[in-house]
Design a protein around this ligand. Structure first.
Ligand SMILES: Cc1cc2nc3c(=O)[nH]c(=O)nc-3n(C[C@H](O)[C@H](O)[C@H](O)COP(=O)(O)OP(=O)(O)OC[C@H]3O[C@@H](n4cnc5c(N)ncnc54)[C@H](O)[C@@H]3O)c2cc1C
Length: 338
C-alpha cells in the first residue's frame, strides 16, 4: 500500500492550488457578500482548465481520470470556499455521476459533454417536506403514460434549485411503498409545470442557491428516465460518491482554516515572541493537523477502493461523517478551549 501521490497527481493538485490561490479568493469574498452563485464564465474557465468531469469518461467529454484526482482538485478549490467549488463538485460528484452510470445512452450523450464543457449544471432533487432522513418516504410521483412521464409533487432543499439547468428528481415510479417504488427522472429547468419557491436563507452555504421545487404535471420524454422503479439501490450507490465530494469540501474547510492559522501564529507576536513558540498553541495545531490528515485518509480510502466504480456505503459514510465533524471541530478551535 503506497500512500504517496504520483508525480502527475501532485502536478494536478499544484495546478489547482496555484489557480485557486491566485484567482478565487476575491471572487469568493464577493459571493459571500452578495450570496450570488459562481458566474457562468468562471464555470467555463474551470472546463477549459480541465477541472470539470475529471472522473467522467473521455468519450463523453470527461477526462478519464480517477475519483482521487477529482478529490485533489476539489480540495484546492473548496479551501477557498465551498461556493466557488460547487460547480466542480456537481460535475465530478453530483447527480451527473448517476446519469453516467445508469442513464440511457441518448441522455448520457445529451448531458455529460455539456456538463464537462461548463455549459450545463445538473443538481439533485431528492428531499421533500416529509422525506429528509427518511428519504424512502418520498411521495413525488412519476407516472409513465403514452405521451411521456408526468411528475407531480414537491421537493425541498435542492442546492442549485432555480439556478441549475437540469435536475435529477427522485420520484415514486410504481405503487410499491418504500425504497421499492423509487426511481429517478431528469427534468430540465423551463419545462412547463416546474416552478421554484422562495430562495432559502441559510446561515452558511452562501453563493449556493436552494429552494423548494414544485411539479405540477411536468411532462418529460420517456428517455429522461435515469433509473426505473426499484432503482433506489443504484441511486444510493451514486450518492455514495456524492458523500465523498461532501466530505472533501469539509476536509477543505478544515485544511483551509489550518493553513490560515499556521500563517497567523507565525506572524502574531505576544510576550516578545511569535505565538507559535508557545507549547499550548503547538498542541492545538497538532490536534488540528491530526484530524485533517485522518479525514483525508478516510476519503482517499473510499475513493481509491472504488477505482472507476462507485464507493462502498460503509467507507463513504465513515469518511463523510468524520470529515463533517472535524470541519466543525477544527474551525472552532480557539485559545481558551481544551
Ligand atoms: C445545506 C443543505 C443542502 C442540501 N442540499 C440538498 C440537495 O441538493 N438535494 C436534496 O435532495 N437535499 C438536500 N438537502 C437535504 C438533506 O439531504 C436533508 O436535510 C437531510 O436528508 C436531513 O433531512 P431533514 O433536514 O428533513 O432532517 P430530519 O430528517 O427531519 O432530521 C431532523 C433531526 O432528526 C434526526 N433524525 C432523523 N431520523 C432519525 C433517526 N431515525 N434516528 C435518530 N435521529 C434521527 C436527524 O439526525 C436530525 O438531527 C440539503 C440540506 C442542507 C441543510
Amino acid at each position: 500500500m503506497d500512500f504517496r501521490l504520483s508525480p502527475e497527481q501532485e502536478q494536478l493538485r499544484d495546478t489547482a492550488r496555484r489557480f485557486a490561490k491566485s484567482e478565487l479568493p476575491e471572487l469568493a469574498r464577493k459571493m459571500e457578500e452578495t450570496n450570488e452563485p459562481l458566474p457562468r464564465e468562471m464555470v467555463k474557465r474551470y472546463a477549459r482548465l480541465g477541472f470539470l468531469g475529471i472522473n467522467l469518461p473521455a468519450d463523453y467529454g470527461g477526462h478519464d481520470a480517477g475519483h482521487l484526482e477529482a478529490v485533489l482538485v476539489l480540495e484546492e478549490l473548496a479551501k477557498v470556499s465551498p461556493a466557488v467549488a460547487f460547480p466542480m463538485f456537481e460535475s465530478c460528484f453530483g447527480p451527473i455521476l448517476a446519469i453516467a452510470h445508469f442513464a440511457p445512452e441518448e441522455l448520457r450523450r445529451r448531458l455529460i459533454p455539456a456538463v464537462c464543457a461548463g455549459e450545463k449544471i445538473v443538481a439533485v432533487s431528492m428531499s421533500e417536506p416529509g422525506a429528509g432522513s427518511a428519504l424512502t418516504d418520498l411521495t413525488t410521483r412519476a407516472t409513465i403514460k403514452a405521451d411521456g412521464v408526468h411528475l407531480m409533487g414537491q421537493k425541498r432543499w435542492c442546492s442549485g434549485a432555480g439556478h441549475a439547468d437540469g435536475y435529477l428528481v427522485y420520484c415514486r415510479m410504481s405503487d410499491d411503498s418504500g425504497a421499492k417504488g423509487i426511481g429517478a427522472v431528469y427534468v430540465e429547468k423551463g419545462t412547463p409545470g416546474l416552478s421554484f419557491g422562495k430562495r432559502e436563507q441559510l446561515m452558511g452555504f452562501r453563493g449556493i442557491p436552494g429552494a423548494d421545487m414544485f411539479f405540477d404535471d411536468v411532462r418529460v420524454s420517456k428517455e429522461n428516465v435515469v433509473v426505473a422503479a426499484n432503482g433506489f439501490r443504484q441511486l444510493m450507490e451514486a450518492f455514495d460518491l456524492e458523500r465523498c465530494g461532501n466530505a472533501t469540501m469539509c476536509l477543505a474547510l478544515a485544511q483551509g482554516a489550518l493553513d490560515f492559522v499556521l500563517d497567523y501564529v507565525q506572524q502574531r507576536r505576544q510576550f516578545g515572541k511569535p505565538i507559535v513558540d508557545f507549547q499550548a498553541v503547538q498542541i492545538k495545531l497538532a490536534e488540528m493537523a491530526m484530524k485533517v490528515e485522518a479525514a483525508r485518509l478516510l476519503i482517499y480510502q473510499a475513493v481509491c477502493n472504488a477505482a472507476a466504480g462507485l464507493p462502498s456505503i460503509r467507507e463513504s459514510a465513515i469518511a463523510k461523517c468524520f470529515a463533517n465533524e472535524i470541519a466543525r471541530e477544527v474551525t472552532y478551535r480557539k485559545g481558551s478551549d481544551s
